[in-house]
Ligand binder design. Structure first.
Ligand code: HEC
Length: 308
């Protein structure tokens, strides 16, 4: 992975000429003695330009606070203020090695919200795509080393269409570079990513909270761990992800599974069966115990489903 520095002027120029195809390392005034190929900064002539308003909405990236206030930036503004990186990675959606121009999420998101990474790390952040697709995630996850938002494909080709829909992934495509970050459930890869929105977990996971318990109850610690590690895949009272089984209704998992089984399963699911669930071998005995306390506490807080 290489980090490169482009002067803001060059970045802006590149963007004005063609939003998706440029190479920062070649300044326009740099001599090109061999003049072998077309200049990297040449505008695309072979593709029809999309309508202007589509370009502007595609290229706006929004950061919405918990109060609903939105700060909106064009890609050009972000490129001017946030460091850019060239990232080469084997991309699972394209299924080949790709080079992207990208922002590090650790640098982009704090800039967008105008807040420090420390302040945002503990927040639930919902990612929004142009087509309305949303995925809830967590600040600490997004700020892991290795998380990027790509804004341009390998120059000089422009964006290669992505997935079966052959969609244009702009304005942003989220990529993760580490081997440990290749599970899409824990490290989502939305394309056409256009919004980061802070959300309270009360709003996101309305029914998963052990609301009736005091703050210092171990179940509250367990709930915090469950939100950080599990809720992307597991729901409690149908609040949360759909990849793994629901944990509370109609039966709470502690009503039909033993404590020993559940704790052993969380630490290393593959000792029982292969599935999409990753191992949580780093969780301590005390942390596992608090997750159990949380699950058990939710037994007393089942939601009622209409008609059941
Ligand atoms: C990437 C998604 C994912 C994450 C993250 C995840 N799980 Fe799972 N989990 C699954 C899937 C899928 C299954 C079902 C596996 C199967 O049916 O074989 C499962 C199964 C389980 C089971 C066994 C249920 C049973 O009755 O056999 C438990 C317990 C469990 N998960 C707890 C957790 C806890 C606690 C966490 C967080 C520390 C967690 N899981 C994180 C996907 C996930």
């Amino acid at each position: 992975m290489i980090t490169q520095n482009c002067t803001p002027l060059i970045r802006l120029l590149a963007l004005l000429i063609s939003a998706t195809s440029f190479a920062c390392e070649r300044a326009p005034e740099a001599p090109q003695p061999d003049a072998a190929g077309p200049p990297t900064l040449a505008p695309k002539t072979d593709a029809a330009e999309p309508p202007k308003d589509e370009v502007s909405s595609r290229h706006a990236v929004k950061f919405t606070g918990a109060d609903g206030q939105t700060r909106s930036f064009s890609l050009a503004e972000l490129i001017e203020h946030v460091p850019t990186h060239e990232v080469t990675v084997h991309d699972p959606l394209y299924d080949k090695e790709k080079t992207f121009q990208a922002f590090s999420l650790r640098e982009l998101i704090p800039y967008g919200f105008g807040q420090t990474a420390e302040a945002l790390a503990d927040q639930d952040i919902v990612l929004g795509a142009l087509d309305g697709y949303t995925v809830p995630t967590h600040g600490a996850r997004l700020f892991e080393e290795g998380g990027y938002a790509a804004f341009a494909d390998e120059p000089p080709k422009g964006w290669e269409p992505i997935e079966a829909k052959k969609a244009d992934p702009s304005p942003l495509y989220m990529i993760w570079v580490k081997d440990s970050q290749q599970n899409e459930q824990t490290h989502p890869r939305p394309w056409q990513l256009t919004e980061f929105a802070l959300s309270s977990h009360e709003a996101l996971y309305a029914h998963a909270s052990p609301a009736d318990l005091p703050e210092d109850d171990p179940a509250q610690r367990g709930y915090a761990l469950f939100r950080q590690n599990c809720i992307v895949c597991h729901s409690v009272n149908l609040s949360g992800g759909r990849v793994g089984p629901e944990m509370n209704i109609p039966q709470n998992i502690t009503e039909y599974r033993s404590r020993d089984f559940v704790l052993a399963y969380i630490s290393n699911p593959e000792q029982f069966r292969y599935s999409q669930m990753p191992a949580f071998s780093h969780l301590s005995e005390a942390e596992l115990a608090s997750i159990w306390s949380y699950l058990e506490a939710m037994k007393a807080q089942k939601i009622e489903l209409p008609g059941k």
